[in-house]
Design a protein. Structure first.
Length: 518
């Protein structure tokens, strides 16, 4: 374990000076176009690399969001101050009772232009249902005006996103080391597996691994802060793309490594599972959500906006005003496109609300924005397995984007702008409940931000590539365990890592399908 860490440190020290001094501003030394124009990936001595993030988004990336036919239209109540919750919910429930069509869609509920006062949450609990407004801004906007007791405006998918338990076909991964960013490994027995099977890859948290990341040293006021408990599990959902004897190839890479030295016997396994318990093919579109101003600490009761626990679902063209802890996503293959959160009332208190919380896998935030001070623009939770992609988003205000707690891996922040804010991939230490390391194996690519705290944990990497830091004094300060910086203040080619990876995997039509021309 110690020798692995020493080798990794030596690699970083030797290569970082070469990479940084040798960078021309045109390309990165970690991912760069080869002679044939396709991306080439540098690896560590153990084979770790920056992962392919292109599977993030609806249907696994590169698929256009659908336009689902309207089945019911809801008009505003004559008294715009009257509670419209039941009025809208009845329409959602009626469309939810329809049989799905051949593509799995039941239909859209359209809110005509106007204001809809709601004192309770609206709920979409059936697959294939879309709640669509007539616009998020302007005279044709459909506005949900939150009132009454503090609550969340919209739930998609109920209260849980549940991965089924193991099947009887569980088998151990037998490789001594599976590098970060790879998708091929060997198992003890693959005879009961087939191409196309949905599997869960589970890795056990051990005291040895916690010590390697120095997360056993978190004490506050003489009391230990528990970053993560030994015996807990990381779980990644994948499909089998190929099988060769006992060698399994996944459809999507794993962002973190698997090292037998940090595991008990059979500490990394795969198992066939059924589909997760979740709704799918649901959307929230063309809608404005307004709450009263909330200049309060976010630990109090709040108005929040959307909670989505689903698969193959989306939010598109949604404007959210004055909510806190606004958007939380749990599930996989989800796109948030042009979702804007605007907060004028300043949040009070040191603990901040997360305006976007992408807590799942294959999640894409595209051209979203936040305006507000003293918030987390984006914050991830504990033990989530990417890819998670934040693409061409704009965050205005004196706030930060970060891995908040408990080791989420595989996040890409790609071409984002934070003119008065910061990007943090760091060890939060005893903050909160002992949040410790929030992110590993994550990348900031061609971003512009005022400041950063990019740190690198033992045995893992965090990269900042082609990023411009507007506060030069803050950017030059010494930090403990600095991350891997490549081509500071010099944007690199390709301009977007996610879009280039997507184009290489699916072709230029995949970019056009999600609204990009590059």
């Amino acid at each position: 374990m110690k020798s692995t860490f020493r080798n990794l440190c030596a690699f970083f020290i030797i290569h970082s000076s070469f990479f940084i001094s040798g960078a021309t501003g045109a390309t990165s030394s970690w991912v760069f176009p080869g002679p044939d124009g396709r991306l080439v990936y540098e690896t560590t001595p153990a084979g770790d690399r920056i992962m392919d993030f292109s599977h993030a988004g609806y249907k696994g990336g590169g698929v256009a969001l659908p336009v689902v036919p309207v089945k019911l239209t809801v008009q505003p109540l004559a008294d715009k101050n009257a509670d419209a919750t039941a009025h809208i919910q009845a329409a959602i429930d009626k469309v939810s009772a329809r049989p799905p069509d051949a593509n799995g869609f039941r239909g859209a509920v359209l809110l005509a232009p106007g204001d809809y006062t709601c004192t309770e949450p609206l709920r979409v609990n059936a697959s294939g249902v879309v709640l669509r407004g007539s616009g998020a801004t302007g005279p044709n906007a459909s506005t949900i005006k939150m009132a009454g007791p503090k609550h969340n405006a919209l739930y998609v998918g109920g209260d849980r996103y549940t991965i089924p338990g193991n099947s009887t076909d569980e088998t151990a991964i037998t490789d001594r080391y599976v590098p970060a960013g790879s998708k091929t490994f060997t198992v003890a027995n693959a005879k009961n597996y087939s191409v196309g099977d949905t599997i869960v890859i589970r890795r056990t948290v051990t005291a040895e691994w916690i010590e390697l990341l120095e997360m056993h040293t978190l004490f506050r006021n003489g009391k230990p802060q528990i970053w993560m408990k030994p015996g807990s599990k990381f779980s990644a959902l994948r499909s089998i793309a190929a099988i060769d004897k006992n060698t399994i190839t996944l459809d999507i890479p794993l962002p973190d490594y698997i090292d037998v030295k940090n595991l008990p016997a059979n500490g990394a396994t795969i198992a066939k599972i059924g589909q997760p318990v979740a709704v799918s093919l649901c959307g929230i579109e063309n809608l404005r959500i307004q709450s009263p101003e909330q200049p309060v600490n976010h630990s109090k009761k709040l108005y929040s906006a959307i909670r989505m626990k689903a698969e193959d679902s989306w939010m598109r063209d949604v404007r959210i005003e004055e909510t806190m802890d606004s958007v939380s996503v749990n599930g996989r293959r989800i796109t948030l496109e042009r979702v804007d959160v605007i907060r004028k009332a300043r949040h009070e208190g040191s603990s901040k609300p997360a305006e976007f919380a992408p807590n799942g896998g294959q999640i894409l935030l595209s051209r979203c924005s936040v305006e507000g001070d003293n918030v987390w623009f984006v914050a991830t939770g504990s033990r989530h397995v990417g890819p998670i992609v934040i693409l061409e988003c704009t965050f205005n205000g004196k706030s930060r984007l970060e891995g908040h707690m408990g080791w989420t891996t595989g996040m890409l922040v790609d071409n984002c702008k934070l003119p008065d804010g910061g990007i943090d991939f760091k060890n939060r230490g005893t903050a909160g409940s002992g949040h410790g390391w929030g992110l590993g194996w994550s990348v900031a690519w061609n971003c512009v931000a005022k400041t950063h705290t990019i740190q690198q944990p033992a045995s893992a990497f965090n990269w900042a590539i082609g990023c411009t830091w507007l506060d030069k004094d803050a950017a030059r300060r010494e930090i403990k365990n600095p991350g891997t910086f490549d081509s500071n203040d010099k944007p690199v080619t390709p301009r977007s890592l996610y879009l280039t990876q997507l184009r290489e995997r699916l072709g230029p039509e995949a970019l056009r399908a999600i609204g990009y021309s590059e």
